[in-house]
Design a protein around this ligand. Structure first.
Ligand code: NAD
Ligand code: UGA
Length: 463
């Protein structure tokens, strides 16, 4: 079937950019992105492109070209489902915060709600595409719900996990390493796969479009994230050993990365990985393994999270011990709050946990991030429920300018690797700080020699 009308449920970090790119690359397909959140949809429709709800380099241009032509954002979920031949489900699948599997399993309530809504509204055959990251075998649950609609509608379920990384989403979508499509092995399933292959083939070469059975596709997504996060935890584990032995983790990473079997990517030691997915997806993997009684498999992957938690905590502990074992009443300036550069997303950012540790020691934390607003920073801290909202407000100050954030501070902590931090006037910053002036570089971003020449006490990760 030649697809002419696509609906995507969920206008978040994945639904928005992926559908904008599909619409831009396929002007013959009408793409409607729907969401329950009216504010989000309004922001996607804002004529001021700087107000889009997702900050991604290059996204504004893509939206500008396609929006109103064949790309639409709406809260009318029923109508979009009804009109579409292919429906992407791109809603959030957070870690469960209640009941069985609390803190581990993926919460599939939003997925199930989508399936029930599709079942209720659909009047003709539909291809339903899992774009969200899901536990292996979720397609079976979706199919069960859809197949019990009581009408004669036929549904095909495909798994088409998304591998984009935030900050480079548009680049990743324009030239993906691969597109993965899993579907039923029946001839109807294969036809459904072919219609989605044809959509991507508008801009992705066919040899990069991989088709598998649905379970392999679902599980490959969790596996990919587990492997990527595992590399970060592995290099972070070595960073602690480097600090004890005089080895330098950047040199070690370079030396091992030149081995083509290891490869050089994803070997950057840091204050710990963040983002909405690595932790969630690994916990989910651990839960799935446990549910099959595979305890060794579960423990193996859980260690990636344990190591990451340790890395975050170790960073804040080091700040406290270096500042003479007390940060009470001391101003510590954070440069960066987002979980990585070039995004306004802060979910699970290491900065949140480091700030929480320091505030527990009564430090005054001043934050500057080029893309993150005060309301977000406060809500990230409040979400941890470590203290009252009033207290968080007392200890955290959000500056709209980096030079204001660092003024009269005892120390600066680099939490996000924003490029602009490298170009600041570090002499001016040094002059405005209390002495000794410390820098804790959680991203190994700045130039040690230059800063030490100015007079800073500079500490990085893993050397
Ligand atoms: P998000 O929270 O940014 O967006 C999800 C959106 O779905 C929200 O706007 C929410 O209002 C909407 N929604 C929830 N239930 C709905 C319903 N019943 N009807 C209509 N709208 C509904 O989440 P995200 O970051 O875009 O992630 C979505 C999925 O994609 C997750 O499974 C995630 O694991 C996966 N993923 C995310 C990334 C990433 O970089 N963020 C990358 C690859 C995969
Ligand atoms: C990650 C994956 O890279 C994507 O392929 C995947 O689609 C996505 O998760 C998802 O499923 O949500 P993302 O979390 O957006 O993408 O960003 P990454 O570039 O993977 O970075 C994740 C975290 O690891 C960041 O905090 C980053 O700073 C940290 N990191 C990454 C390191 O500390 N060192 C590295 O070498 C690489």
């Amino acid at each position: 079937m030649m697809i002419k009308n696509i609906c995507c449920i969920g206008a978040g970090y994945v639904g928005g950019p992926t559908m904008a790119v599909i619409a831009q690359k396929c002007p013959h397909i009408k793409v409607t992105v729907v969401d329950l959140n009216q504010d989000r949809i309004n922001a996607w429709n804002d004529s001021d492109l700087s107000k889009l709800p997702v900050y991604e380099p290059g996204l504004d241009k893509v939206v500008e070209e396609a929006r109103g032509r064949n790309l639409f954002f709406s809260t009318d979920v029923d109508q979009a489902i009804d009109e579409a031949e292919m429906i992407f489900i791109s809603v959030n699948t957070p870690t469960k915060t209640y009941g069985v599997g609390k803190g581990m399993a993926a919460d599939l309530k939003y997925i199930e709600l989508c399936a029930r809504q599709i079942a209720r509204v659909a009047k003709n055959d539909k291809i339903v595409v899992e774009k969200s990251t899901l536990p292996v075998r979720t397609a079976q649950a979706i199919k069960d719900i859809l197949d019990h609609t009581g009408n004669s509608v036929n549904f095909q379920i495909l798994s088409n996990p998304e591998f984009l990384a935030e900050g480079t989403a548009i680049e990743d979508l324009f030239s993906p390493d691969r597109v993965l499509i899993g579907g039923d092995t029946s001839s109807e399933g294969q036809k459904a796969i072919e219609s989605l292959v044809a959509v991507y083939a508008n801009w992705v070469s066919r040899d990069k479009i991989l088709t598998t059975n649905v379970w392999s596709s679902e599980l490959s997504k969790l596996t990919a994230n587990a492997f990527l996060a595992q590399r970060v935890s592995s290099i972070n584990a070595m960073s602690e050993l480097c600090e004890k032995t005089g080895a330098d983790v950047s040199e070690v990473a370079k030396a091992i990365g030149m081995d083509s079997r290891i490869g050089s990517k994803f070997l950057k030691a840091s204050v710990g990985f963040g983002g909405s997915c690595f932790q969630k997806d690994i916990l989910n993997l651990v839960y799935i393994a446990k549910s099959y009684g595979l305890n060794e498999v579960a423990d193996y992957w859980e260690q990636v999270i344990i190591m990451n938690d340790h890395q975050k905590r170790r960073f804040s502990k080091n700040i406290i011990s270096t500042l003479y074992n007390t940060v009470s009443g001391k101003k510590i300036a954070f440069l960066g709050w987002a979980f990585k550069k070039d995004t306004n997303d802060t979910r699970e950012s290491a900065a949140i946990y480091v700030a929480d540790d320091l505030i527990s020691e009564q430090a005054l934390v001043a934050v500057y991030d080029p893309q993150v607003q005060e309301t977000q920073i406060l809500s990230d801290l409040n979400y941890l429920e470590s203290r009252t909202e009033m207290e968080n407000k007392k200890y955290i100050h959000v500056a709209s300018n980096p030079y204001v954030a660092v003024e009269n501070s005892h120390a600066i902590a680099i939490l996000t690797e924003w490029d602009e931090f490298k170009d600041y006037d570090w002499q001016k910053i040094y002059d405005s700080m209390l002495k000794p002036a410390f820098i804790f570089d959680g991203r190994n971003l700045l130039n040690k020699e230059q800063l030490e020449n100015i007079g800073f006490v500079y500490q990085s990760i893993g050397s």
